[in-house]
Design a protein around this ligand. Structure first.
Ligand SMILES: [Zn+2]
Length: 371
């Protein structure tokens, strides 16, 4: 028998993306044009994510556990209702040794393979989490709390305690083998959502908006410079939340900023929860990022991250340039801080203090300019 040939559809799909993609990108010339574009495009993104299909409800928030980590950080476990019958569990990390100046509060969404909030909050009581924290420097929530920030680390639907399809048997198995804890069900949930005209990313962003509501309701924390920080799938949630919710004032996005053509149309190992129906016809990643302007943002990318696609970091730089052009409209291209790290897909904490200071400085500079 002759060898089989491979008749790929990719060139056809890519050609359509190159010819017809990014229809809704910014094409004006002035700052007024840009501000109008942001309003229209937020509405479009809202619709593409299916956010209008999510239902409101009382938060019914309840603190179910309080522990003290090394005597320095109070960790509350909180249950919050985000849609009727949907409960999201979150860890709220509150530093006990507050410095003189109150530091900004952060929301820290989670990505794949970290047991949801457990890796982000550095919850070592779950076996297997330590390994994931080491592999991806995943405990950025805990790191920020150690630096004096109040940090809310929620599960996302499909991760941690918000996984689907864990039958009684699976729950028993989980007690035996807690490594199951960092498996995800975003794949299945994303299929269900798509069939209902919704998206998993939209559900996750809706839940994060409810987390901001919760922090506001507590009235204990200064949310003036509220930040959002996320890695990988947590970076995706950070991108969409900050694009749509103006209550987020500063952004730290790691391992999720690249041209969708190279990264989502080619098999780079992306989970289906990254795919928003119709998005690529309208916007590329950098265009979504433009909805965050002029709020200061760190984009952290690794040179050997396979998710960057076959052209590597060039596929990130192109999107950062799209983003910088929009900040140029406000005269502050420096408010886009591009942190390129070595190695594969991972968060990097080595320079985190400097990067957070840089974000804070950008906020202060902006404040002093508008006075
Ligand atoms: Zn996924």
């Amino acid at each position: 028998m002759d060898l089989l040939n491979i008749y790929s559809s990719y060139p056809n799909i890519r050609s359509k993306f190159d010819r017809n993609g990014r229809k809704a990108r910014f094409q004006g010339t002035t700052k007024t044009d840009f501000l109008g574009w942001q309003l229209e495009t937020r509405e479009l993104l809202n619709k593409l994510l299916g956010l209008h299909k999510l239902e409101s409800c009382p938060l019914n928030a309840e603190v179910v556990e309080t522990v003290f980590l090394e005597g320095q950080i109070k960790r509350e476990k909180i249950l919050i209702q985000t849609e009727p019958g949907v409960t999201i569990s979150a860890f709220l990390l509150i530093p006990q040794n507050k410095s003189k100046e109150e530091k900004a509060c952060f929301i820290a969404p989670c990505g794949h393979l970290g047991g949801g909030k457990y890796a982000v909050a550095g919850a070592l009581e779950i076996p297997g989490i330590q390994e994931k924290i080491q592999q991806f420097q995943y405990d950025y929530g805990l790191k920020l709390a150690k630096l004096g920030h109040v940090v809310l680390c929620p599960d996302a639907r499909g991760f941690g305690e918000s996984r689907e399809g864990f039958s009684e048997l699976k729950n028993l198995e989980q007690k035996e083998n807690q490594k199951i804890f960092y498996e995800c069900s975003c794949y299945q949930l994303s299929h269900m959502a798509t069939a209902m005209g919704q998206t998993l990313a939209g559900m996750q962003v809706h839940d994060l908006m409810r987390m901001v509501d919760y922090l506001e309701n507590r009235k204990e924390f200064n949310l003036e410079n509220l930040g959002c920080i996320g890695f990988s799938g947590g970076g995706m949630q950070t991108l969409y939340l900050a694009a749509l919710d103006s209550r987020i004032k500063q952004v730290f996005l790691s391992g999720y900023f690249y041209g969708f053509g190279d990264s989502l149309l080619i098999r780079n190992g992306n989970c289906n929860c990254n795919y928003i129906p119709g998005l690529l016809e309208s916007l590329d990643c950098g265009d979504v990022g433009c909805l965050i302007a002029p709020r200061p943002i760190v984009i952290q990318s690794c040179l050997e991250d396979h998710l960057n696609g076959p052209r590597g970091i060039v596929n990130v730089e192109e999107q950062v340039n799209i983003l910088r052009n929009s900040y140029q409209m406000f005269g502050i291209p420096q408010a886009v801080i591009f942190d390129v790290c070595s190695g594969p897909h991972s968060f990097h904490q080595e320079q985190i203090e400097k990067l957070l200071d840089n974000l804070q400085q950008q906020i202060m500079d902006k404040g002093s300019k508008s006075e």
